[in-house]
Design a protein around this ligand. Structure first.
Ligand code: TRP
Length: 451
């Protein structure tokens, strides 16, 4: 079986794929709006600290387990357990993670579908199809079903092609294009009137908010979502990594790329909100808060683009291409979680597994679309606010309480022979054993109290 398993063909292939998973709507939409709502620079500061001090160690746990077990999460957690009970808990946790990844994809597919629809709108406007343009940008079941279906189909096509020909090839094509589009947009927005005001709000920390528990909980949740933690996406990508690579450096690069792109996205989105204000658009809602949710992406920004006439069409096209590309490199990592399980545990052919699970995901998305109000928010809350931290907690427990320390050491020694004398090895084991689980539990408690 091992010989038929896919593997990333190069270091850069892995870095682009794992960063592609990490960089998504969470970075471009979630991070800037979270920052705008939680004290701007204060949030950015706390986010960076948490990304490196909490999310990075948890990411390392996933990568190490994955590369050692060379398997999906359900098998991997069983493999590193010795006792019967811990093996069973490992298998159950794996199932829970696979289900959560599928559910995350089913709502992510809906949101990414909106991006796809908004991407087509400037094209239909250019050719004079006014009623199509209206349909594309108005909330309707037909539009939501069609575009989430299209987006999930795109995701399935990439995953069907396998690790090297699908995930790696497309991440290597899409990630640089995404970065180029983002840089072009940042430069454009910075040159507009009003941008500076947004920049100030984003970069100057409001230290009064820095110890606000809500800010810390939001930053932690954001860091977890952004690094795709808990559900086994990083674990499965780690399992496709060659034993010759240095895992600690790889993980650090991915964390750095992810946080840097989130930071860059803030330089784009927050100034853009203030440019919109300059043009007379409302950017604060009734409660006096800066627009942050769907209204920002699907009303404020599109109105801003419309006001720019011909240039606006191009900008809108670029912005929504950026969103769609970022979403696609993330959604493929989510789909790979259940697909790898179906291949490895049920001997399904990759093509069959991809289409089967792609279809199941679309059925779940359709069900959410048909019952949008009660389900959409609920699925997001259950998966990202409760399940993801809980699974991250389990991952830390398995990595450091269940698995043997010398086995971890021998795994990360591959590709890093002097790991024993490194700072990483002095800090990480104790940190993931005590601090990470405790911090995650505090975060969960905070979420429960706030609800
Ligand atoms: N990290 C991605 C983003 O920021 C989303 C993502 C990909 C994800 N895989 C995941 C989130 C697994 C949670 C779990 O948009």
């Amino acid at each position: 079986m091992a010989s038929t398993r896919g593997q990333f063909s190069s270091k850069s292939g892995f870095i682009l794929a794992a960063s592609g998973s990490a960089v998504g709507l969470g970075n471009i939409w979630g991070f800037p709006t979270n920052a705008a709502e939680n004290g701007g620079g204060a949030f950015v500061l706390i986010y960076f600290v948490l990304a490196f001090c909490l999310a990075y160690p948890a990411l390392m746990a996933e990568l190490i387990i994955g590369r050692h077990a060379k398997s999906n999460m359900a098998n991997a957690l069983q493999k590193i357990s010795n006792g019967k009970i811990s093996k069973n808990i490992g298998r159950l946790t794996g199932f829970y993670a696979i289900t959560t990844a599928t559910l995350i994809l089913s709502f992510y597919g809906i949101v990414a579908g909106w991006m796809l629809a908004y991407l087509l709108e400037p094209l239909s406007t250019t050719v004079g199809l006014t009623s199509t343009s209206t349909w594309l940008t108005e909330f309707s079941r037909s539009r939501n079903l069609l575009f989430s279906g299209l987006f999930i189909a795109l995701t399935t096509i990439v995953i069907r092609a396998g690790v090297e020909q699908g995930i790696e090839k497309w991440s290597c094509r899409l990630m640089p294009s995404m970065l180029a589009l983002m840089m072009a947009l940042i430069i454009y927005v910075m040159l507009q009137e009003g941008a500076l005001e947004g920049l100030k709000l984003y970069l100057i920390p409001d230290f009064n908010q820095i110890s606000d528990p809500k800010l810390i909980a939001s930053a932690l949740g954001q860091a977890f979502f952004s690094l795709s933690l808990g559900v086994g996406t990083m674990l499965i990508y780690g399992s496709y990594l060659s034993p010759n690579e240095n895992l600690t450096t790889m993980g650090a690069i991915v964390t750095l790329v992810d946080s840097s792109i989130a930071f860059l996205a803030g330089l784009l989105v927050i100034p853009a909100i203030f440019v919109a204000q300059q043009k007379g658009l409302t950017i604060y809602n009734e409660t006096g808060h800066l627009m942050a949710g769907p209204d920002l992406i699907f009303q404020t920004l599109p109105s801003l683009f419309q006001g720019m006439e011909a240039a606006g069409l191009v900008i809108s096209l670029v912005f929504f291409s950026l969103m769609t590309i970022a979403a696609l490199t993330s959604s493929i990592s989510m789909l790979e979680v259940p697909v790898s399980y179906a291949i490895e545990n049920h001997n399904l052919h990759r093509h069959k597994a991809a289409w089967l699970i792609g279809t199941i995901t679309f059925v779940i998305s359709s069900f959410i679309i048909m019952n949008f109000d009660p389900l959409f928010g609920l699925v997001i809350t259950l998966t990202t606010e409760y399940s993801q931290p809980l699974l991250g907690f389990m991952m830390c427990i398995f990595a450091t309480w269940v698995w043997h320390r010398d086995q971890i050491l021998s795994e990360i020694r591959n590709g890093h022979p002097r790991i024993e004398v490194s700072l990483f090895w002095k800090v990480w084991p104790g940190y993931v054993r005590y601090c990470c689980p405790l911090l995650i539990l505090i975060m969960l408690a905070q979420t429960i109290i706030n609800h």
